[in-house]
Write a protein that binds this ligand. Structure first.
Ligand SMILES: [Zn+2]
Length: 254
């Protein structure tokens, strides 16, 4: 049954009706006492996605349905039932969200601490094609200096791709680690058009034309012509050189 759902997902994203598909699923989850899982193609290859009554609880690559269900039972103490034909609308929405499109998908992060949830919320807002350093995520989450703690949250991210932890990089602009291997992170970022070579060693870009500096992948920085670009290793360097932080990507506290 789940194979059929996966097969019909090639045209993912058409005719998505937000809300209604999850409502009917919620009823069924509550009735059956089991969460539902989907097998969906994603930029990481086929993944299993588990959905409970409050939203998506887990995204993972696993060898088999049995393995995914067993691990889920151990971690969440809940049974999983395969999604069926009537879950096709939600499956389409999940496939679009996994592919990095701006589709609203509810996440169930109840098991996380307030700090972890703030980190997840910040990371969820990093646009496709852009990256941000761990230190920035920590500051935006209200805990400046907590880069390492952010790294720990990312390493245990229960919903990769839906919360795009692959878009969080080391403070020097190099890609750093990823739950599914650093090589996979580099591949995902290249597919999203992130200029990794340029980023490495010069994660900040400024232009004298406006006096503003940005994260190098900020959409404003990408528009600066090569002859007008200045590269910086840190926000402190850019500030010392007299540049102001961009209001959109907020590379330093304003
Ligand atoms: Zn910017």
């Amino acid at each position: 049954m789940t194979e059929a759902v996966g097969f019909e997902l090639r045209e993912a994203g058409r005719g998505i009706s937000p809300g209604r598909d999850l409502d009917s699923l919620v009823e069924r989850v509550l009735e059956a006492g089991a969460d539902v899982f989907f097998r969906i193609d994603s930029p990481l290859g086929p993944v299993f996605v588990a959905v409970g009554s409050r939203g998506v609880t887990r995204v993972d690559r696993a060898g088999s349905e049995e393995e995914f269900c067993r691990r889920y039972r151990e971690r969440f103490g809940r049974l999983l039932a395969p999604a069926g034909k009537r879950d096709l609308d939600l499956a389409e929405r999940l496939a679009a969200a996994l592919a990095g499109r701006r589709v609203e998908v509810p996440l169930d992060l109840e098991r996380m601490t307030p700090f972890q949830r703030r980190v997840m919320s910040v990371v969820r807002g990093i646009p496709r094609g852009e990256v941000r350093p761990y230190g920035w995520v920590a500051r935006e989450a209200g805990s400046p200096g907590a880069s390492r703690a952010v790294g720990n949250v990312m390493a245990r991210n229960p919903v990769p791709l839906l919360v795009p932890c692959h878009r969080v990089v080391r403070n020097d602009g190099t890609p750093g680690n990823y739950g599914f291997s650093p090589r996979e992170k580099v591949r995902l970022l290249r597919e999203e058009g992130v200029p990794l070579e340029e980023l490495s060693g010069s994660p900040y870009t400024a232009t004298p034309n406006t006096g503003v500096f940005c994260h190098t992948t900020c959409r404003h920085a990408r528009r600066i012509r090569p002859e007008n670009r200045l590269a910086f290793r840190s926000p402190a360097d850019a500030l010392r050189a007299g540049f102001r932080p961009c209001r959109v990507c907020r590379p330093a506290a304003v």
